[in-house]
Design a binder for this molecule. Sequence first.
Ligand SMILES: NC(=O)c1ccc[n+]([C@@H]2O[C@H](COP(=O)([O-])OP(=O)(O)OC[C@H]3O[C@@H](n4cnc5c(N)ncnc54)[C@H](OP(=O)(O)O)[C@@H]3O)[C@@H](O)[C@H]2O)c1
Length: 246
Amino acid sequence: MRLKDKVAIITGSTSGMGRATAILFAREGAKVVVVGRNEKRAKEVVDQIRSEGNEAIYVIADMLNLDDVKNIFTRTMEEYGTVDILFNNAGMLSVTPLLDLSFVEWENVFRVNVTAPLILAQLVAPVMKEKGKGVIINTSSVAGAHAHHGYAAYVASKHALSGLTKSMAWELGPEIRVNAILPGAIMTAMVDSVGGEAAVKHLKEGSPLKKVGQSEEIATAALFLATEDSSFVTGQLLRVDGGIDI
Ligand SMILES: NC(=O)c1ccc[n+]([C@@H]2O[C@H](COP(=O)([O-])OP(=O)(O)OC[C@H]3O[C@@H](n4cnc5c(N)ncnc54)[C@H](OP(=O)(O)O)[C@@H]3O)[C@@H](O)[C@H]2O)c1
């Protein structure tokens, strides 16, 4: 029970790696706030957590909507009265070629991938600072460290989130530790949306481990960053990618 009685907001936890992390954190004793747009899947995640005897609520929020983002914090404080962990994990993929990118798509990708994590951090930080302790984890990407052809808005937004992680670590310390996870190819709905395992075959074959990742392998990395096991770790971009690009 490494997160006993900790309150954890996990955005993008109706699916994929956020869902796996919500279930793991709850098993470790956290009270989890599940966040996404899809109420059916949000309810399923909360039901699963409660069926294991653990604690969770869900908040429906679209990261494109500022009021929705603020309401995640409001509902968390109403329900649990505090917050110890913020996992900014919701993300929007963009596979539009650079010259075809519209202003709206660019703006939306940045609002989901960069602006919402910033707003949530600004809201939770005073609570964590007052307590003298807190953890923020951002889901960047290997696309937040290297460019990949055809993903300009996504690459730029994840680079921005990687940089924001380091700025947050400077400005929210010493009470709050802030780190990012940079997943490689992880088998989730996001990868399914661009062609599934076949579409990431080159990443699999170009890695020492010769496999794609599973959501649970991100959840265990998030658990490390959320607990005192990583008490001397902040401002880091932790690649969990099977060793691609080494
Ligand atoms: N899978 C990969 O290979 C990979 C690699 C590197 C980085 N990542 C990053 O990992 C994170 C999690 O992605 P995943 O692979 O687990 O994908 P996923 O299974 O598709 O999950 C994405 C989650 O983000 C939420 N979300 C998306 N847009 C949202 C919005 N506008 N407002 C609120 N929630 C929104 C979704 O919830 P609803 O549908 O309920 O709204 C869902 O819970 C993302 O930040 C992604 O960029 C993924």
